[in-house]
Design a binder for this molecule. Structure first.
Ligand SMILES: Cc1cc2nc3c(=O)[nH]c(=O)nc-3n(C[C@H](O)[C@H](O)[C@H](O)COP(=O)(O)OP(=O)(O)OC[C@H]3O[C@@H](n4cnc5c(N)ncnc54)[C@H](O)[C@@H]3O)c2cc1C
Length: 418
């Protein structure tokens, strides 16, 4: 995998044997339903949006500093540490800050100690890839847990179907809910907007925690080589509206898995009140493995976790925007004329029933995603950040006018739609 000119990781060897059954977006690969049926065939619950599962929860880690150090309620790191502590795995593959040498800001690491796992806490909206992890799993025997977004977890299961050694060694998959993945230019854009040269940046915290502010008021913090930091709230950044889709990978336009349906357990943010307003962070957790279900139930009984059982409707509500984009929005996008591959999704192409305004929202989001890569590339070539920032600012006003009726564009669209 190599970064392309837009700062997105792309495979350089796409003719490798079995590739078309391996790529999670390939029409030749098994879909999430088929993988989950094989892995969790006797799960207690099924929901068309959440998939098969044993139990779902909302809450956070009570013990230690997992919650304070995590992006959300700290459950992902806690679970990974618990697996190591109880010797259910020998190693955890997850994403940690890069070496600070000016190359990638984040990378996958195979951690074999509790400290190693804990140092990797927090969400990274930054391109990463699994080749080193797969190599280490093949080379060094043991039981591994891997943390990843839905398409990564699906790809691992597809790989395991081809590779008995990996199948034997992959003991647990820990999924992160996912809205979409960003390109490496997302951070560069932050740097431009914080008047900081990118080569002065050694690290980034996409979601600086502040217990006294709502959890969904994101603040990004850049760490600089000279020891200083720069921070800005996402809503003061031209590309900080997650829903507008700036720098989104194009593959994410064709994903229908929000909650990592093929993972043994998955973690997201509880984006409903009162949890969304609690700056300390609150997870939603979907458990599919019986071993993990027992582990969690015991820890709740011991008072180490503060989790309340919820139903699938609650989990869906916490990800309402993600599901709209990946069901209704996906059905709309699948209906667009396409000359290349015929995709094989769990959603059928459909335009009917959508209001013109809703179609406009989905169309704008796609245009912003595609446009942001290209306009940023041009601005970078010209060394003129303003080219991108002005374009992004105009697109943001358009998007927010159409979507949230904001500003004069919103009033105008409201009048037409009435
Ligand atoms: C690209 C992306 C998009 C997301 N979109 C949504 C969303 O739409 N809705 C939602 O509710 N939640 C989303 N999440 C998940 C959310 O941000 C939290 O990661 C999740 O709630 C777990 O929080 P935590 O406090 O339990 O995890 P923590 O205790 O902070 O641990 C996070 C773990 O995930 C690993 N990790 C971080 N980034 C990555 C990555 N890119 N790939 C693989 N592993 C990683 C870390 O190394 C660490 O082990 C997204 C995460 C990512 C990375």
């Amino acid at each position: 995998m190599r970064l392309d000119r837009y700062g997105q990781l792309k495979p350089v060897v796409s003719e490798a044997r079995g590739f078309s059954e391996l790529c999670p977006f390939s029409p030749d690969a098994s879909d999430e339903d088929a993988i989950a049926r094989e892995r969790f065939g006797s799960a207690r619950h099924y929901d068309p949006l959440i998939g098969r599962f044993e139990a779902a929860y909302v809450g956070y880690v009570r013990e230690g500093r997992y919650r304070a150090e995590g992006s959300s309620g700290g459950m992902a790191s806690w679970t990974a540490v618990e697996l190591l502590d109880r010797k259910l795995v020998d190693a955890v593959a997850h994403v940690v800050p890069g070496s600070g040498d000016g190359t990638a800001l984040f990378r996958y690491q195979v951690s074999r100690t509790v400290e190693g796992v804990r140092n990797g806490a927090k969400s990274r909206y930054y391109p990463v890839e699994l080749s080193g992890v797969v190599e280490e799993m093949r080379r060094r025997p043991g039981r591994y847990a891997v943390v990843g977004i839905p398409c990564f977890i699906k790809a691992l299961h597809l790989l395991c179907a081809q590779d008995p050694v990996l199948r034997d060694r992959l003991a647990f998959t820990l999924g992160l809910f996912c809205g979409h993945m960003k390109s490496a230019r997302f951070v560069e854009s932050f740097a431009w907007q914080m008047d900081t040269p990118m080569d002065a940046v050694t690290g980034v915290d996409f979601r600086l925690k502040n217990a006294s502010r709502p959890a969904n008021w994101y603040t990004a913090e850049l760490r600089l080589k000279d020891g200083n930091t720069r921070a800005k709230d996402w809503w003061h950044l031209v590309d900080g509206d997650w829903g507008a889709g700036f720098f989104q990978n194009s593959a994410c336009n064709f994903c229908d898995d929000v909650v990592a349906e093929t993972a043994d357990i998955s973690f997201g943010d509880a984006w409903v009140e009162p949890y969304a307003s609690d700056g300390r962070g609150t997870n939603v957790v979907v458990v599919r493995s019986l071993v993990l279900q027992e582990l969690i139930a015991r820890a709740v009984g011991e008072g180490r976790l503060d989790l309340k059982e919820v139903d699938s409707a609650f989990v869906v509500e916490t990800q309402a925007a993600g599901f709209r984009q990946r069901r209704e929005g996906l059905a709309f996008r699948l209906g667009w004329p396409r000359v290349s591959i015929r995709l094989n999704k769990r959603v059928a192409p459909r335009w009917r029933g959508l209001s013109v305004r809703r179609m406009l929202v989905y169309w704008l989001r796609s245009m912003i995603s595609a446009g942001s890569h290209r306009v940023f590339w041009l601005a970078r070539r010209l060394r003129l950040p303003a080219v991108y920032i002005r374009w992004a600012s105009a697109m943001l006003s358009l998007y927010q006018g159409v979507t949230y009726s904001r500003g004069w564009i919103g009033r105008f669209i409201d009048r037409i739609c009435r």
